[in-house]
Every structure is written in C-alpha cells, then in structure tokens.
Design a protein around this ligand. Structure first.
Ligand code: S3P
Length: 425
C-alpha cells in the first residue's frame, strides 16, 4: 500500500494518548508466560512485533487470550513445553534475541526463524555469550534459522562490547534459568525495562551501574499496565516542533530515563517540550508531554546518549533538517543492524526530498535549515521507522511525497496515521 503525504498547511493541535510501548509489551507477555499463574497485561500493543512474541509464547504452552481489545490474560505454567512447529519471529529482532535466551536453557529443542529482514540481522551477539553459558545453538553463520537444543546452563560473567538491551535481556533471561550467578556488564546503560520488570516479578536480580547480576529464580505473576511508547511519541514530538503554530499534549508517555534521550535532544536544540504530571506505573515512570513549535538550532549527538535514543535517530535526522546549523550524529553504527541500514536509508530518502545530509561511518551530518521540496517517491525498505520518519518529513515538504509500502508502520504503531489525522483537524 502506497501512501500520499500532502504538505500540511495546518498546525498540530489537541491531545492524544500514545499507545502501548513495544519493548514493554514484549517483556510483559514473555515474562508472564515464564511465571506460574495468572498475569493480567493492560494496554498490550497490537503492533505486529509484540503479537509475534505473544504467538510464540502460546506455542510454548502458555495459555494466552485477549479479554478485550488491549488486555491480555496470561496463564503461565511455570514451565514451557516443546513447540510443535518452527517458531516464527516475523520482523522482530527483540522476539528472536529474547527467545534465544529463554529457549537455550529448556529441556527441549526448538527452531527460531524470521522474515527476510530478520534473516539478515546479526545473532552472533547473543549466540556467542549463550554458548559460553553451555547453550547448544546451530545457526546459518550466526543468522536464522536458529536451532536450539535444550541444555543445562551455567552462569558467566560477561562484558559486552555493545550497549544493547536485546543482548542484555537475552543473557538475563538465560541467567534466570542457569545454575550459579550470571553477571552482565554493558559499556553504557541501554533501556532497562527487563531489569525493572524482572524485579517487579520478584526475580533475584541486582543492578550496580552498568552491571546486572541475576540468579536462578521463579517469576511471580503480576498485573502489568504497559506504558505508552516514547519511540512512537517521538514522531509527534518532532512534528509539533517543526510545524508552525503547533501546540499538543501527548498523554501516557513512558519516561524511563534510559529512553528519554529524545527529550534531552529536543531541549538541547532549543525545542519547546514540557513534562507534566509524572507517576509510576508497574515500576515504570510515565507522564504527559506538552510540545510546541520552536525555532531549533543544531547540536551534536554522540556517546552514552546513543542507546537511549537509538530508535529515534531516523526521526531526529528529519528534525535536524529543520534546525539552524550543522547537526552531527556519531557513534550510531548499530543503526546499520536494525530492520534495514537506517543510516543509508534516511540519507537516501531525505536527499530525494531536498535535505542536505551526508552519511558518515557511524552516523549523519545534516545542514539546516532546509526547505524540503518533496515531489518524490519514497522507499521504506520495509522498515516501520523509515516509513514514519518520512511521513513526518512529508508534512513539511513543499509538494506531496508518495511513501511506498506504508503498511509497515503496523509493525509497531497501527494507530499512527489516525492519531496524526486527529491532531490536524
Ligand atoms: C529493544 C532494544 C533496541 C531497540 C529495539 C528494541 C528492546 O535494540 O533498537 O527496537 O526492546 O530491548 P538494541 O538494544 O539491540 O539496540
């Protein structure tokens, strides 16, 4: 399905409730399936990726049903059972990497596969440390299909070279079922939803700065309210900052400090963003944001903040085209390992609409402020974040753009266009 994005002559006004966090939804359904007893998950995401995790958990013996459109009732048996079929992770790297950690320590064998994009994504980062823990994994040169023979795992002390929440969570999940103690250290802190939820479900886990220590534990079922996704909110935050006269409220946004890099960047660029009304929900911080049109200036984004806004870098590249001066984004080489190479994809597509943007080894250099021309046919590379970022770019283009394969937004954010339309009325 292609989508025509005409330039918006209007501002964004009004308020929206941001839908469920993809990362937290994955964790909620997986952890509840490992627990023994009934968990209730409110505000579960209807994105295709969390649904892939949910279907795999069902195939592994958890009893899972929707009691209404967004509430999941999960009855975990405390033990998983051998799946009948190959487990399909679809487009979801989170599902595949987390499942490697969960399945490596089971008593049965299993096979994980994924779609074309996932088949190209690197799995060495999880297979290597899991093998050190005693896992038996055969892959196609560290790509799917991944054949896992259940094994007795033992804890290790592991220092990762990359700050990846997927790798960290995989090892913590393996450690949950391993003998002895599993210690995991990352160079700087990546999103910590797994640690917070494991604590909330009574796992034996401790956090010391960039190190987590976990011991074998049985998870307790819980009632979990999934927070709104700041990565989804990012498209509205940026759009309101660059569309003149905009003034919006975005409600129920997850404000976990390991995810709020986008807010820091907006502030550093002189953007208008206020946090209203914070509270803790199911061990996570959540709040409402007020965002207004701003005169933006360029900045440099690098170092420890990168893992805290990794999924927002495509939309930040759009933001930077509307900021005065040179924005430099460094240390973001892992963007090449996402659903597509997000550096090449954003540079190619933003150049088509007239942006002054250059690809570097580990990021982008963007000169602004540029009047984007539009009048282009845009590729999404079957990547939801490229589709949504280019949609926002389209709103400030002089002429329409046509985005091909726009339905890929459904991977994380099926409500995306409906919510934009609401704010444009
Ligand atoms: C995720 C972690 C991030 C992010 C992905 C979701 C998670 O990946 O890009 O969309 O839910 O843990 P890395 O931590 O591997 O960078």
């Amino acid at each position: 399905m292609a989508n025509m994005i005409p330039p918006v002559k209007k501002s964004l006004n009004g308020s929206i409730i941001i839908p469920s966090d993809k990362s937290v939804s994955h964790r909620a359904v997986m952890f509840a399936s490992l627990a023994k007893g009934e968990s209730v998950i409110h505000n579960f995401s209807r994105g295709a990726d969390p649904i892939s995790s949910m279907e795999i958990c069902s195939a592994l013996g958890a009893d899972i049903k929707f009691s209404d459109s967004n509430t999941l009732i999960v009855n975990g048996k405390g033990l998983l059972s051998k799946p009948v079929n190959v487990l399909n992770c679809g487009n979801s790297g989170t599902t595949m990497r987390f499942m490697c950690g969960i399945l490596a320590g089971q008593t049965f064998d299993s096979v994980l596969m994924g779609d074309e994009s996932l088949s190209k994504r690197p799995m060495k980062r999880v297979i290597e440390p899991l093998t050190l823990m005693g896992a038996n994994i055969i892959s196609d040169n560290y790509h799917e299909p991944i054949k896992i023979s259940g094994a007795d795992l033992h804890g290790i002390s592991y220092s990762s070279k990359i700050s990846s929440a997927q790798v960290k969570s995989c090892l913590l999940l393996a450690g949950l079922n391993a003998n002895g103690l599993t210690e995991y250290t990352e160079p700087s802190i990546s999103r910590n939803h797994s640690e917070l939820m494991l604590k909330y479900m009574n796992a034996d886990i401790e956090t010391f700065g960039t190190t987590n220590i976990i011991r074998k534990s049985v998870l307790e079922p819980q009632e979990i309210h999934v927070i709104g996704d700041i990565s989804s909110a990012a498209y509205f935050i940026v759009a309101a900052n660059i569309l003149p006269n905009s003034d919006i409220i975005i409600r129920n946004v997850g404000l976990n400090a390991t995810r709020t890099g986008i807010i820091d960047v907006i502030k550093a660029m002189g953007g208008n963003i206020e946090i209203l009304d914070k509270k803790i929900v199911s061990n996570e911080l959540v709040g409402d944001l007020r965002v207004r049109y701003s005169q933006l200036k360029a900045c440099t984004i690098e170092g420890e903040i990168i893992p805290q806004l990794i999924d927002e870098l495509p939309i930040i590249s759009v933001l930077a085209t509307q900021a005065e001066g040179q924005t430099i984004i460094k240390n973001a080489e892992d963007l090449k390992n996402k659903e597509t190479n997000r550096i090449t994809a954003m540079v190619t597509e933003l150049k088509k609409v007239g942006a002054d943007i250059v690809e570097t080894e580990d990021g982008f250099i963007i000169n602004g402020k540029t009047k984007l021309q539009g009048d282009a046919e845009i590729n999404t590379y079957f990547d939801h974040r490229i589709a949504m970022s280019m949609y926002v770019a389209g709103l400030v283009c002089e002429k329409s753009i046509l985005i091909k394969d726009f339905e890929w937004v459904n991977i994380s954010f099926p409500e995306f266009e409906k919510l934009f339309n609401r704010l444009m009325q």
